[in-house]
Design a protein around this ligand. Structure first.
Ligand code: B1M
Length: 209
């Protein structure tokens, strides 16, 4: 679809204002929100990801594309939410310490809210103990951890260990995800759930609660 391609192309150029306008146009044309997300925003981000890997674009270009992605996704947020859902439970979410990537984390948050979860967003670069303190103070059912760097994945294990040390391991489920994370890694570090994408993360959370 031409409009979704336009969204993807403008996202790649980091044109946040145009991306926002085009996403609104797509919404007004009744294109389903998940299609706008997948075939417009995420497809643009995938192209940027590939170019970043091949050194065809650099951090500043990726940053502006990420901003356009977040601005477009923000408009889709209410549409991705199930209407009239009662609170299913409470989760805290964050990108682990040392890691500043937040697009995937924001999507997981959005999908969880869509399923009726109250979500406490701790942001990026979150130390292990912060997840534990929040889970205790806010009575969270689930701790959601995102990591995009192979060098920061190990912080997820620190969170599992900190939960054990704090004596809350049997009260809270720990979900992990992010591009380098796998089900095998999840099992190795003793976390509870690995999911590959934001929608599956929200489904798994709903199952837990
Ligand atoms: Co960075 N970066 N980056 N980056 N960046 C990657 C991750 C990289 C793979 C690029 C590459 O190919 N070389 C690479 C990591 C290599 C590795 O570790 N093996 C990399 C690198 C190296 C770096 C820097 C070190 C670069 C540098 O400075 N030299 C630096 C690190 C900074 C830091 O964090 N300390 C860096 C910086 C940045 C930017 C700031 C420029 C920017 C982030 C902006 C932002 O997030 N606000 C950025 C970006 C955008 C990327 C890429 C291009 C795109 C990531 C993304 O947002 N994807 C990325 C390349 C790539 O992934 N192909 C790359 C879209 C997003 C929707 O996907 O986050 O995977 P993702 O989320 C998915 C799933 O993973 C899942 O759901 C989402 C889909 O529905 N998911 C979960 C995520 N969290 C989950 C949690 C769950 C369940 C599912 O349960 C709780």
């Amino acid at each position: 679809m031409e409009l979704l391609m336009e969204i993807s192309e403008n996202l790649q150029r980091g044109k946040s204002k145009i991306v926002k306008e085009l996403v609104q146009k797509a919404i007004d044309e009744n294109i389903p929100a998940d299609k706008i997300l997948e075939d417009g925003l995420l497809s643009g981000m995938a192209v940027i990801g590939e170019k970043f890997k091949n050194n065809e674009v650099y951090v500043p270009e990726v940053l502006v594309a990420a901003r356009a992605m977040n601005m477009g996704a923000e408009l889709l947020k209410p549409l991705l939410a199930d209407a009239n859902v009662k609170s299913k439970g409470r989760a805290c979410i964050g990108t682990v310490q040392g890691d500043l990537h937040d697009i995937g984390k924001n999507l997981v948050k959005m999908m969880l809210e869509g399923k009726g979860f109250e979500v406490i967003d701790l942001g990026t670069d979150v130390p292990a103990q912060k997840f534990i303190d929040t889970a205790i103070e806010q009575n969270c059912n689930i701790i959601c951890l995102s990591a995009l760097l192979t060098t920061t994945m190990s912080v997820m294990e620190d969170v599992v260990k900190a939960a054990e040390k704090a004596g809350i391991r049997d009260k809270v489920k720990i979900m992990v995800g992010g591009a380098p994370v796998t089900d095998k890694f999840c099992k190795e570090i003793g976390a509870d759930y690995y999911t590959a994408d934001a929608a599956s993360a929200a489904d798994a959370a709903a199952e837990i609660c």
